[in-house]
Design a protein around this ligand. Sequence first.
Ligand code: UDP
Ligand code: MG
Length: 316
Amino acid sequence: MKLSVIIPIYNEESNIDELHRRLLSVLEPMALSGGFELIFINDGSRDQSLPLLLNLAARDTRVRYIDLSRNFGHQIAVTAGLDRATGDAVVIIDADLQDPPELIPQLLAKMREGYEVVYAKRRSRQGDSAAKKLTARLFYRLLASITHISIPVDTGDFRIISRKVVEGLRLMPEQNKFIRGQISWIGYRQTFIEYDRAERAGGETGYTYRKMIRLALDGITAFSDVPLKAATISGFAVSGIAFFVGLYTLYSRFITHDYQPGWASLMVSILFLGGVQLISVGIIGEYIARLSANVRQRPLYLISDTNLPPYAGPGK
Ligand code: UDP
Ligand code: MG
C-alpha cells in the first residue's frame, strides 16, 4: 500500500515547512508498506514557495514537486498532481493547514472499510469571512438543488480517493475542472468523516472572489443544464404573458377604444424583456465559452520543472 499526498501551492511560503513537518509526523508512524510520496504542485507562486520546495526535495527523497509554467488555478494544480500520483490511494489536501493532516489516518481507516472515496466534511469553519461562509453555503445548496448527482455540501477537495477513482478522473478530459463534482459523478462507494476546519495557518487566501465565481460557474455548467432550461422556461413564461397583454391591447384599441398613451407599460415591458433576453444570452454564453475551451483541446497545464520521471499521459 502506497499513499500519495497532493498539495497545490500558491504563495504558501509561510506554511510549507510546517506542513511538511506535520505531514511527516502523521505519515511516518502509519508505517505504510509501500511508503508514501508528497507531490507539491507549485501553481505559479510569486513568493519563495518554489525555492522552499526545491530545498525540501533535496533533503527528503519522498518529496516530489511539479512547477507549473504559471498560475493555472487550484483545480488544475490538483489535476496535475493526480496525473502523476503513483499511490494506491491519494489524499488531496490544502497547503495552508486548514485541512488537518492528522485526519489522514482516519480517512484511510474509513477507506479500508470498503470505500473508494472518503471526503472530509466541514462541521464548522473558522477564520473565513462571514461573506465567504455565506456564499459557500448558498453555492453548495444551489448546486445540490440543480444537479442530478449528489455533490456533498460543505466539502472542499480534502479527501482520500482510491486508485480506481484516480483512473476515473484521468478519463475525464474536461478543461474546466470541478474535481469534487467529478468525483461524485464517478460514483462507487463514497462516505465522509466530519471535522472542524481551522483558520489558515499563515499567508493569505489565494482564492479571490473572481476565482471563486469561476469555480462556482464551472461547477454549475459542468453538472447542470438547469440554467439553460430556466432561460427557456422564462422565455415561454414571458411570451405567455406578452400574448395576453397583446390581446388586451387589441381589445382596448378596437373594441372599447379606451386606450392610454401607454409610456409606462412600454418602458416596463421593454426593460423586462431586455433583461430576460440578456440574462438568457449570458447563460448560453457561459456554456458556449466552456464548449469552445474544450474544442480547442489545449493541454490543461504546462510544466516548467519537476523531479518526477518523464511521463506523457493525460494532461501531458
Ligand atoms: N491554490 C492554488 N492555486 C490558486 C489558488 C490556490 O494552487 O490559484 C492552492 C493554495 O495554495 C491552497 C489551496 O489551493 O493550498 C486552497 O487555497 P486557499 O487556501 O487560498 O483557498 P481557501 O481555503 O481560502 O478557499
Ligand atoms: Mg485555505
